[in-house]
Write a protein of this length. Structure first.
Length: 369
């Protein structure tokens, strides 16, 4: 009887949202948007709505290792309350090094309590890489990152690696990798692991993933790098509003030339959009206001493995060879341009990669002379 009363006192996500003033119409609009982003049919909208509004607050344990707190900043900073933000307010964030009020023994007691009370059903979110060269490089409450990770994920339902450091090793893992930094998936092999890379990652990805987990009890479909395909299924180049300039062979040569002022393609200034899979060009940032390319700076490729070691942020992926330049001249004569010629050279590789959801790498863009 006591357990039933306890369950009644625990509000559902729907009750929490209603108490915060979210209308039914606004909630259903969010569910419809989530279904669309996750490439789910309209028939799934009622199921998402029912699952989310009836779900009890899921327990979440957030571990921060070798990181800069940028991922936390990305997920918590907002100019105004949104439904997405309220969804995050509705989870039970039982442990977070930066946000929790408890410290020392009390903090660790909260982590262990969340693990014991929700065994088999809690989510573990991790940001930051894990050092293996010397566990003493990063410890929390005297516990090495390796030991804390293994202990915490033992009873978890799933693990989500937040940001490129946790997903791929990130900046700590860049050459020469002095700490021996590794990713979460390098160490956790007996639990479902999803990567949400980015430096930092996009907040909307996390809310959509949470909605999917509440609805289906599983993580969404992932690509070969463990990323949700709904958000990482196409390159930034595929959705970039500057792509027509690429196809016309119109490239900015410097950040202050006439091409840059006219909004031409930033490919020659090192933009990694053609090989970077992410949703920046569609979801954008700061309440869908803009994203780096729209602000005049090329993509750094931060959601790809080893992005820090891809040859420099301001070096072009490749330069047209003599044959490509000759082809570009012919294409320009009929109203196309250098970008079209370069695209034609790589078209077969790109189509194959998209059909198989394989990552297009820097090497794929380096043509033989």
């Amino acid at each position: 009887m006591r357990e039933d009363n306890s369950m009644k006192k625990t509000p559902t996500v729907g009750e929490i949202l209603q108490a915060k003033g979210v209308s039914r119409r606004g909630f259903l609009k969010y569910c419809a948007t989530t279904a669309s982003i996750l490439a789910l049919p309209p028939s799934m909208i009622p199921r998402i709505a029912e699952a989310v509004e009836n779900a009890r607050r899921p327990s979440v344990i957030w571990l921060s290792f070798q990181e800069c707190t940028g991922c936390t900043e990305s997920l918590t900073r907002s100019a105004s309350p949104t439904v997405e933000g309220l969804i995050f307010d509705a989870i039970s964030l039982d442990y977070h090094h930066t946000l929790q009020a408890a410290a020392g023994d009390q903090a660790e007691a909260a982590r262990h309590a969340a693990m014991e009370e929700n065994e088999g059903g809690y989510l573990v979110l991790v940001d930051g890489s894990i050092p293996l060269a010397n566990p003493g490089y990063s410890t929390i409450a005297g516990i090495s990152n390796v030991d804390m990770l293994k202990e915490t994920v033992a009873g978890a339902a799933a693990v989500v690696a937040i940001g490129s450091c946790a997903a791929f090793g990130g900046i700590p893992g860049a050459d020469p990798n002095p700490t021996g930094a590794v990713s979460v998936q390098d160490l956790v092999t007996d639990k479902p692991v999803m990567n949400v890379p980015g430096c930092p990652p996009i907040p909307m990805v996390m809310t959509a993933v949470l909605a999917h987990f509440l609805t289906f009890g599983t993580l969404p479909n992932l690509d070969k790098h463990g990323r949700p395909m709904a958000f990482f299924g196409t390159t930034i180049h595929d959705r970039c509003y500057r792509r027509p300039f690429y196809e016309q062979g119109k490239f900015a040569e410097t950040f202050d030339d006439e091409g840059a002022k006219a909004g031409w393609c930033l490919y020659k200034l090192g933009c990694k959009g053609p090989i970077t899979y992410n949703a920046c060009a569609t979801t954008k940032w700061n309440q869908a206001t803009s994203f780096p390319i729209e602000s005049g700076h090329g993509c750094l490729g931060c959601s790809e493995p080893n992005f820090w070691d891809m040859g420099g942020f301001y070096n072009a992926l490749s330069e047209p060879t003599l044959d490509i330049q000759r082809a570009a001249g012919i294409a320009a004569a009929v109203g196309a341009g250098a970008g079209l010629a370069v695209g034609a050279v790589n078209q077969m590789k790109k189509k194959r990669a998209q059909s198989n959801h394989e990552t297009v790498t820097v090497d794929d863009f380096k043509e033989e002379a």
